[in-house]
Structure formats: structure tokens, C-alpha cells
Design a binder for this molecule. Structure first.
Ligand SMILES: Cc1cc2nc3c(=O)[nH]c(=O)nc-3n(C[C@H](O)[C@H](O)[C@H](O)COP(=O)(O)OP(=O)(O)OC[C@H]3O[C@@H](n4cnc5c(N)ncnc54)[C@H](O)[C@@H]3O)c2cc1C
Length: 365
């Protein structure tokens, strides 16, 4: 079997692998991103709301909170500099009951304690969008939307300009540590050949698969996945929106919301329910429940106004509501795994890349 060497190898060509790759390519001459699909960003990075989150819900000092707030700033700057389409449209978070109004107050306090001071109680939504029912409303002006595919393409260009190599249609099958580094067995799906890439620095950004890859090298079930699926529907009715509208958060998500895309098309979602198998199909049985959730704040919405969109799966970890950047040292050979990287992972990606780099340089000699 052919064997090759890499200074650094990144498993996964979603937004996290691309952001980390584009930063680390400045440090390594011989760096690879290995992606099992025939194009980049086709899994969770294509199955989300494309919202630039403000960083208002997450627990103070958690990785989600820190990386989202820093990542939001870095992302807006990057999008501006590279002329990638985006819109700082802002979002309303609304309550429909007294209990939810209390939640709004908690969100306001949490955001301020995390350093996000631009939230305001603002009931102008009642005049702007009379078809939306709300008791009270918070407005977040720094929330936005962006073209995440152009963002990922731009990160790929950055990576390749620094002479990084992207291997598409190549799946990592297994990883062995040999005392000096890692031997990664890779299957090239096009040629049907297998080969080994050896590296001292391995970055595991395999999204929904990252937990399994990490556990395989630790030879124990150190982390356990909990998959929360979310479905989207697009709106076929006549109303127009210029802002995002979110209800208050639920157990598994920040709420089944209404977003606009850059062309001002309206979509609803994601819902949130636990699944045991990866399955991206839309379930017709859940449409009526979905419709009822939206009707709580958009009473006039008809079920026939909803057309099936797409589904995404949140790669969360059992018992932990945060991102994990796990570092393991095997005699100087280092694996860094990005785990539980659900929302706000798009927003946080550039800050994540900085964090991974700072952890990795501790091992350079
Ligand atoms: C429903 C939903 C809504 C969301 N909305 C938002 C939002 O509005 N804003 C926001 O900031 N974040 C949002 N997120 C979060 C965001 O989408 C994710 O955090 C981010 O896309 C994860 O990127 P990733 O690169 O870690 O994973 P992925 O995009 O899944 O990339 C991992 C890659 O690894 C590859 N891979 C896996 N195993 C192997 C292997 N063995 N060999 C080779 N390649 C492999 C996969 O093919 C995949 O391309 C949302 C997430 C979900 C699920």
C-alpha cells in the first residue's frame, strides 16, 4: 500500500475544518484536508439557518459564548473584506405568554453578563408585522444572515493559496498511533485505492462523525453523541419580512424560528427532536406539530403555506451543552478533536480556528 507524509492532516471539509485549515496552512508546508464527499461543506454546514448569532443565549464563559461573540466580530470583518454577501438585519425575540416574558428578561441579563450590550426591549414589531402575535419583544441588532457557501469557498481559496491540499472523495477509515505519529488509512472513493497518510498533527473536524473518530483512537467511549434533528419548511404565503423572528428557547434549541434568506425568501425551522440514526429525510407526520409551533406566534399561518425544505442534525454531546476542543498527546503526536460543534458553529468558526491554533502551538518544538 502507498504511504505518504503530511505535516498536518485535517479530517472533514465542513466549515470547522476549512476555517482551521486556512489558519494552519500558514504554519505548515504540507497540510491536507481530507473530505469523504465529492464536494466541501455538504453535511451540517449546508443544513442550517445561515444566521450570524449575536452570542446572547449561551452560558457566560462557556466556549459557545466566547467563540460566538469573538467569531461574530471576526466573521463580519471577513465577509466585509472579501465582499461576501451578508446582511446585519437584526432579530426580534418574542414572548407569547407571561412565562416566556420572564425568559426574555433572563436572555437580556445573560447577554449583558456575557458582554453583549446592544439588546433592547422593543415592541415596534407589533406595528411592523401585525400578522405576528407577541406580548413583549427583545431586539438584537447585531444578528445577521450570510452566504455560508461563498464563505466556505473563500476559506478553501485561502487554504489552497497557502499550498494546502484538499482531497475530496477520500474517507478516513481508521487511525493508529505508532509512537511517532498517526497512521491514517484512507479510501479514495474514485480510484477505489487505499493508502496511508502519516502525520504528527491530526485535527478531527468530522462533524457528526467526530465523536466516533475520537473514541476510536482513545479506545474507550470517552464521548457520547446525542443527535437532535431539525426540519425546515419554506413559506409560500404573501407576507414579507426584513428581520428574523425567534420565539423563546426550548429544551433542545433556541426555538423554531422564522428566518429570511438573502433574497428575502422566508423559511421556518428548525424543529428539534431526538433521533438515534442519521436520517435527513423530512417526516410528513410531524408537519402538523411544526405548523402548531409556528401558529403560537403567527396565528394566521395556514398549513398549506408550508412547503418541505430540508433537515439538519445537531451533533450535540450527551450530558454537555457546549463545544469541546479535546486535545490528546500521544508522545508528542497530537490529536485535536472538535466535538459537540452544533449551533452557533458557523458564527464561531473563525474564533474556533484561533483557539485550535493556540492549543496546537503548545506542542511545537
Ligand atoms: C439545524 C441546524 C441549524 C444551525 N443553524 C446555525 C446558524 O444559523 N448559525 C450558526 O452559526 N450555526 C448553525 N448551526 C451549526 C453549524 O451548522 C455547525 O456548527 C457547523 O456547520 C458544523 O461544521 P463542521 O465542519 O464541524 O461539520 P460538518 O459540516 O458536518 O463537516 C464535517 C465534515 O467531515 C466529513 N467527514 C466525516 N467523517 C469523515 C471521514 N471519516 N473521512 C473524511 N471526511 C469525513 C463530512 O463529510 C463533513 O463534510 C446549525 C446546525 C444545525 C444542525
Amino acid at each position: 500500500m502507498e504511504r505518504y507524509n503530511a505535516d498536518c492532516l485535517i479530517i472533514g471539509g465542513g466549515v470547522s475544518g476549512l476555517a482551521i485549515g486556512s489558519r494552519l496552512a500558514k504554519r505548515f508546508e504540507n497540510i491536507f484536508i481530507v473530505e469523504r464527499n465529492s464536494s466541501l461543506g455538504q453535511e451540517t454546514s449546508s443544513r442550517n439557518s445561515e444566521v450570524i448569532h449575536a452570542g446572547i443565549y449561551y452560558k457566560k464563559d462557556s466556549l459557545k459564548s466566547r467563540l460566538c461573540i469573538e467569531g461574530k466580530r471576526m466573521l463580519y470583518d471577513y465577509l466585509q473584506e472579501r465582499k461576501i454577501q451578508h446582511m446585519r438585519c437584526g432579530k426580534f425575540i418574542i414572548s407569547t405568554t407571561d412565562e416566556e416574558t420572564e425568559k426574555l428578561e433572563n436572555i437580556f441579563e445573560n447577554a449583558n453578563s456575557c458582554g453583549v450590550h446592544d439588546l433592547k426591549f422593543d415592541n415596534s414589531i407589533k406595528d411592523s408585522y401585525p400578522f405576528i402575535y407577541s406580548k413583549e419583544s427583545l431586539f438584537s441588532p447585531s444578528t445577521g444572515i450570510f452566504d455560508s457557501h461563498s464563505f466556505m469557498n473563500s476559506l478553501r481559496n485561502d487554504f489552497e493559496q497557502e499550498k494546502g491540499t484538499v482531497l475530496l472523495g477520500n474517507e478516513c477509515l481508521s487511525i493508529e498511533s505508532n509512537g511517532k505519529g498517526f497512521e491514517i488509512l484512507i479510501h479514495d472513493k474514485k480510484t477505489k485505492e487505499k493508502f496511508i497518510l502519516e502525520t504528527k498533527y491530526l485535527i478531527n473536524c468530522a462533524g457528526i462523525n467526530a465523536t466516533q473518530i475520537a473514541n476510536s483512537i482513545y479506545e474507550e467511549e470517552k464521548f457520547k453523541n446525542k443527535y437532535i434533528k431539525g426540519e425546515y419548511y419554506t413559506y409560500q404565503g404573501k407576507e414579507k419580512l426584513n428581520h428574523l423572528i425567534y420565539p423563546t428557547p426550548t429544551q433542545y434549541s433556541i426555538g423554531l424560528h422564522v428566518t429570511i434568506d438573502l433574497g428575502k425568501g422566508i423559511r421556518f425551522g428548525p424543529s428539534a427532536y431526538e433521533i438515534s440514526e442519521i436520517d435527513y429525510s423530512q417526516s410528513e407526520d410531524r408537519k402538523s406539530e411544526f405548523h402548531q409551533s409556528v401558529q403560537a406566534f403567527w396565528p394566521g399561518l395556514k398549513e398549506e403555506d408550508l412547503s418541505p425544505g430540508y433537515a439538519g442534525i445537531r451533533p450535540t454531546l450527551e450530558g454537555l451543552d457546549d463545544f469541546v476542543v479535546d486535545v490528546e498527546d500521544f508522545n508528542g503526536a497530537v490529536i485535536i478533536s472538535v466535538l459537540g460543534y452544533a449551533s452557533p458553529g458557523l458564527t464561531s468558526s473563525l474564533a474556533l480556528s484561533k483557539l485550535v491554533e493556540s492549543r496546537l502551538v503548545n506542542y511545537f518544538n
